[in-house]
Ligand binder design. Structure first.
Ligand code: 5AD
Ligand code: SF4
Length: 478
């Protein structure tokens, strides 16, 4: 997908289908009101890059800053503290952040009292290099060290180097109530686990986010319950690999059931599933609950078994296709999306064709595709030469995107004439005469408002009359 730069983070414009996407870059959240209740003595400006997990972390960090007496500003030039929550998943994700840091360094030269902090995956990957060699920032905080922010901010204020990139085996921030940022008041993310133990050979995440750990289900259910009571009608359970969630004797299927049981009017989504870990028990639970959305983001990465082996994905093409069959067996109406990497180490033209044929065979509803970007320290970087030339990687990527555009359009056109339950999220981007919201399959639906009594958070039945590649258009069923 294209690398957009969005200025302001509005959850309603985010695609909920995936946990990793550095394309939604540079989203600055700045609540209008003073969140601290009392008059804040200092102001913070936060910018978030990367995946939904990072956006969710920013909500936790904002909560901590509020407790420290920070207010929030939309204007970086007036901030006492500028924080970037960063992503390392691909090289271009990092290069955008380097540029931002250079810009901030110039600003700091004019305003030396301003503190600049880098958080998240890039902080973890580059550690004190960011302070020592580059002297671009005052504070470096890894994803498991946010509780240390008060000390680090104080130290940096005293002119000391403030770095904490310790990873933890336990930290889940489960006791911290996130501040919902730029919220539409209808949909929210809940982080259910942190880290990743999978070791896909291309991926930097196990190094930046550490070992996998699951959050206590009691705190997850409480958070979802409290969101429901505040009027939210959809929660997305987030983790790098939600299907390996386990806390005491509660599996991911058990957790889904607990959250779904809070209220039939609370929709439940989740992201991301690893094909090797999603169980029949999860599929059966999804099928049983109307309010668990019929949508699975099931990254394939490649359609060729040799490449999948090199990627250390733990499944073959055939095994993946069998998993797709299981999903369709339990839920014939379930939408499936995927992530694809083109031009992984040693990928031949024939093997790339296997990816295209897999996409055709599964008939995905949506896909996020990327060309391979070698990440230092990963298994692939250590073991396999990055030997597919960039123009070939990009040409293969263009072929994947072209095919997916055709399939997404076809998938949307198949919905014309059908009626869906849609959760209203707010005004459509183009007109305040239209609502927009998603159906269970995560497709965006736009329709005229009609009945004046309707409001965001309501469920309506919408019959689809036409479709584009990205959106379904319809009318409320009378
Ligand atoms: N290069 C390109 N894409 C990558 N992804 C993860 N690591 C890399 C990399 N080194 C993609 C995968 C993953 C998604 C979040 O990002 O497709 O599922
Ligand atoms: Fe999210 Fe970090 Fe992965 Fe980027 S590298 S997508 S921020 S977990």
């Amino acid at each position: 997908m294209s690398h957009l730069i969005s200025k302001v983070f509005t959850p309603s414009t985010l695609d909920l289908s995936k946990t990793h996407d550095e394309s939604r870059q540079g989203a600055a959240f700045q609540p209008e009101e003073n969140l601290s209740g009392t008059t804040p003595t200092r102001s913070a400006y936060i910018e978030t890059y990367g995946c939904q997990m990072n956006f969710s972390d920013t909500e936790i960090i904002a909560s901590m800053l509020k407790d420290m007496g920070f207010g929030f500003t939309k204007d970086e030039t007036t901030a006492d503290l500028v924080l970037l929550n960063t992503c390392s998943i691909r090289e271009n994700a990092e290069s955008k952040i380097w540029n931002r840091l250079k810009h901030l360094k110039a600003r700091k030269a004019q305003n030396p009292a301003m503190l600049v902090g880098i958080m998240g995956c890039m902080a973890e990957r580059l550690k004190s290099k960011l302070i020592e060699q580059e002297q671009l920032v005052d504070i470096v905080v890894g994803p498991d060290a946010y509780r240390d922010l008060p000390r680090l901010i104080e130290e940096a204020g005293d002119g000391q180097k403030a770095v904490n990139v310790l990873l933890s085996r336990e930290e889940t921030y489960s006791d911290i109530a996130p501040i919902r940022l730029n919220t539409n008041g209808v949909t929210a993310f809940i982080s259910i686990m942190r880290g990743c133990d999978n070791m896909c050979s291309f991926c930097v995440v196990p190094f930046t986010r550490g070992r996998e750990r699951s959050r206590d289900f009691n705190s997850i259910v409480q958070e979802a319950q409290s969101l429901f009571e505040q009027g939210y009608r959809e929660v997305t359970l987030l983790g790098q690999n939600v299907d390996s969630y386990h806390f005491e004797d509660c599996s991911f299927a058990g957790l889904l059931e607990k959250v779904a049981n809070i209220n039939p009017l609370l929709r439940v989504r989740f992201s991301t599933s690893h094909p090797k870990d999603i169980t029949d028990e999860v599929l059966e639970t999804m099928a049983r609950y109307h309010n668990i959305c019929k949508f699975i983001h099931l990254p394939a990465q490649s359609g060729n078994s040799r490449i999948l082996e090199l990627m250390n994905r733990g499944y073959s093409r055939e095994w993946y296709l069998e998993k797709v069959n299981r999903i369709r067996h339990y839920m014939p109406d379930c939408a499936i999306s995927t992530d694809i990497i083109t031009g992984f180490c040693s990928e031949t033209e024939e093997e790339h064709q296997d990816t295209l044929s897999l996409i055709n065979e599964v008939q995905y509803d949506a896909a996020f595709s990327f060309f391979y970007s070698e990440r230092p320290g990963t298994l692939a970087a250590r073991k396999y030469p990055d030997d597919v030339p960039e123009e070939i990687k990009k040409r293969r990527l263009a072929e994947v995107i072209e095919l997916m555009n055709v399939l997404s359009r076809q998938s949307n056109l198949r919905e014309v004439g059908k009626t869906f339950e849609v959760l209203i999220e707010g005004n459509s981007k183009k007109s305040d005469q239209d609502w927009c919201g998603r159906n269970s399959q995560n497709k965006m639906v736009v329709f005229p408002k009609g009945d004046a009594a309707l409001k965001p958070g309501d469920f309506v039945q919408v019959t689809i009359s036409s479709a584009t590649t990205a959106t379904l258009l319809g009318q409320i069923e009378k």
